[in-house]
Design a protein around this ligand. Structure first.
Ligand SMILES: C[S@@+](CC[C@H](N)C(=O)[O-])C[C@H]1O[C@@H](n2cnc3c(N)ncnc32)[C@H](O)[C@@H]1O
Length: 281
């Protein structure tokens, strides 16, 4: 479909959404479960795992031990390949994950322990990043798909920057507000809080006059099952995509969302990720 077709499909959806009740939010358990289903339907995860494992180790050459803080690590599925790559050649790695959802945090700890790398020491803090105090300066603090959720983006970045040693790296991997995330922004019950996307992160980093290197990973999300069976086999991916329980969605809103997904390229929709890397002066 053309850009005009996409815009009019989105306009129709916006009109339908006005006046409809907000959707119920995902519980922590539902969030973790649907997140796994969503990533399994996309090739972005494999691209990101490869990027983390190959791009970051050379940028951290000379750090031994290397100290990493991952913020919002979920079940550690992107951290494990990075931890393994960093510990190659017998390098000592101290890898801390900060994660508020306890079962996911346990998944992170288990995944890193299962690497059975003697020189890797993983640890985990169950809680909000805002309450975390790093203790020792880190060589790398990263946010992978987690900055959307912080209350105060500037405060979160300042907090992270205060943890990075001079010469160390701050890495933020955040989706741009492009067609797929437009849906999340529109339909997710964000409450008082507004979500932060890649352009917000870039603006905050620029405000701090940091030199930023940016890359985009161009993934694709397969929404075939959402289009065919949104209330059945496609429900988990649909829930995470919208960020809410889609079972409560009215039939007209659902039809407009599915039309919009077709308009933006469904069943294979663009699923980009912007990565920003700032070296701390
Ligand atoms: C989309 S998941 C990403 C998980 C993991 N980084 C990955 O890519 O698989 C976002 C994660 O951020 C966590 N999160 C949300 N708010 C947070 C906060 N204030 N501090 C730390 N983590 C947070 C969530 O619990 C969730 O596990």
């Amino acid at each position: 479909m053309t850009t005009t077709g996409t815009a009019s499909s989105l306009d129709r959806l916006r009109v339908e959404v006005v006046g409809s009740a907000p959707l119920p939010p995902l519980t922590g358990e539902r969030y973790a479960l649907t997140h796994a289903a969503y990533e399994a339907a996309s090739d972005q995860r494999a691209l990101l795992q490869g990027w983390l494992a190959h791009a970051l180790p050379p940028l951290l050459a000379g750090c031994d031990p290397v100290r990493v803080v991952g913020v919002g690590v979920g079940d550690g599925s992107v951290d494990a390949p990075l931890a393994r790559a960093l510990s190659e050649g017998g390098r000592q790695v101290r890898y801390l994950g900060v994660e508020p959802h306890a079962p996911s945090a346990m998944g992170f700890a288990g995944r890193l322990a299962a690497l059975h790398v003697d020189t890797l020491i993983p640890s985990v803090v169950i809680g909000d990043f805002a309450d975390h105090d790093a203790g020792h300066p880190a060589d790398l603090v990263h946010f992978v798909h987690s900055l959307y959720y912080v209350d105060d983006l500037g405060a979160a970045l300042d907090h992270a920057l205060s943890m990075v040693r001079p010469g160390g790296l701050l890495v933020a991997a955040t989706a741009p507000l492009e067609p797929l995330c437009v849906l999340t922004e529109l339909l997710c019950p964000w409450g008082e809080h507004r979500p932060w996307f890649a352009h917000d992160v870039r603006a905050e980093l620029d405000l701090r006059r940091l030199e930023v290197h940016a890359e985009t990973l161009v993934g694709r999300l397969d929404v075939t099952e959402v289009l065919i069976d949104p209330c059945g086999r496609g429900e988990a991916v649909f829930d995470f995509l919208v960020g809410a329980r889609t079972a409560a969605m009215s039939a007209p809103v659902r039809e407009h969302v599915l039309d919009y997904l077709r308009a933006i390229g469904g069943p294979e929709v663009p699923h980009p990720l912007d990565i920003m890397i700032a070296r701390v002066p």
